[in-house]
Design a protein around this ligand. Structure first.
Ligand SMILES: Nc1ncnc2c1ncn2[C@@H]1O[C@H](COP(=O)(O)OP(=O)(O)OP(=O)(O)O)[C@@H](O)[C@H]1O
Ligand SMILES: [Mg+2]
Length: 355
């Protein structure tokens, strides 16, 4: 499903904007500070109900205004969907096809959306939580039961950790629930990871990546033990540390070239190609499940890419067959491509260059 109309008001420096994007690649071109990333932020909010660059949506409201609104209309063959989000200091109101939505997961399921930014290399060279979130987002979209087990696990884990701090005797009460939900979370993640690993190799080939990293999955406890055994054996240590040290909440994905972590090996440009392969792999898996490609946002597209790699990625994004929104402040080469719909962003105004 692709957005055919997007309206943005009072979001950062974008006052009143309306765009009719193409269902393929859309490129937003403009100088620094013109509002390009803000356009992607608006689209991201439509899909996720939150921003990718600020934990507080109130900061996204244009200075001097009291609220921002983003509206999107999507179409897939005969099916139409409308999403509207209005946020002020009183909170956010979300509407899906005119109906109030109370759970963000509802709009998240409606519009799978991913973003690649110049900071996306962090997925391979910083802490594990970003990688876990990446995997969780994919499993959430392909396995509908995942959210149920994951919430159960999180609840039980919170209670167990509280008990470990306040009254350790009660901590074990939660073990059964933790093991039952945690094992399901783990199984669903592993199945997803297998598919991701396969598709990742295909995408590395498609992008002719120089680097061929191996990716591995760490379940969150030693692999020779069951989760139940691990929980049991680590109980005394958990009591001392006052938290649960092993479990799916500690899962991670490793990226390695031989024995070296990928982040310590690859150049910035090489890493970027690997990141694209990873995101495109995820997009393809989701497409196979929901028969629609996720929407892909790419901020500062050409940063760290030479001309050849930029072309290669662009042609793979075209093949990806989903809706893509790119931003760049220097795109002389890309301007010549017929398959890209161009928008110019200047001081918060968006001009469609195709009309
Ligand atoms: N809450 C806000 N209200 C009004 N303007 C804001 C707000 N937050 C940020 N801005 C301004 O909005 C403008 C657009 O920012 P944005 O990050 O979208 O620019 P950009 O085109 O992506 O620039 P760059 O090429 O440097 O990445 C900037 O001038 C920024 O200072
Ligand atoms: Mg920007």
């Amino acid at each position: 499903m692709a957005f055919e109309l997007i309206r943005i008001s009072n979001l950062r420096n974008l006052q009143e904007c309306e765009i009719s994007p193409d269902k393929g690649i859309n490129l937003f071109l403009g100088n620094n500070g013109s509002g390009k990333t803000s356009v992607l932020e608006a689209i991201y909010i439509l899909g996720r109900g939150r921003s990718f660059r600020d934990n507080q949506l109130i900061n996204v409201v244009s200075k001097g205004q009291s609220s921002f609104t983003v509206y999107g209309k999507k179409r897939n063959k005969a099916e139409r969907t409308e999403i509207g989000i209005n946020c002020s200091h009183l909170g956010c109101q979300v509407r899906l096809n005119g109906q109030k939505v109370y759970k963000l997961s509802q709009i998240a399921r409606e519009t799978p959306i991913q973003i690649i930014t110049p900071r996306s290399h962090e997925i391979v060279d910083t802490g594990s939580s970003i990688r876990r979130r990446f995997i969780e987002w994919g499993v959430f979209h392909v396995e509908h039961q995942y959210q149920y087990y994951s919430s159960r696990y999180q609840r039980a884990l919170t209670q167990r950790n509280r008990a470990l701090k306040e009254n350790p005797v009660l901590a074990k009460v939660w073990d059964r629930e933790i093991v039952e939900s945690g094992d399901r979370v783990d199984q669903l993640r592993k199945a997803y990871f297998l598919a991701l690993n396969q598709e990742f190799k295909i995408q590395l080939d498609n992008l002719a990546s120089v680097l061929r990293p191996d990716i591995g999955f760490y379940q969150g406890w030693p692999k020779e033990k069951t989760f139940e055994e691990s929980l049991e054996e680590s109980f005394e240590g958990d009591k001392i540390r006052q938290h649960t040290r092993f479990g799916p909440h500690r899962a991670d994905v490793t990226f390695r070239i031989g024995k070296t972590p990928l982040g310590k090996w690859g150049s910035r440009g090489e890493l970027k190609i690997v990141i694209y392969a990873l995101f495109l792999a995820q997009a393809n898996i989701i497409k196979n499940h929901i028969e629609s490609f996720p929407i892909l946002l790419v901020d500062d597209f050409s940063v760290e890419l030479d001309g050849i790699n930029a072309e290669k990625i662009l042609s793979n994004l075209s093949d990806h067959a989903g809706q893509v929104f790119l931003t760049t402040s220097n795109s002389h080469r890309l301007l010549t491509r017929q398959s890209v719909k161009l928008f110019h962003v200047e001081q918060g105004e968006i001009k469609d260059l195709s009309v």
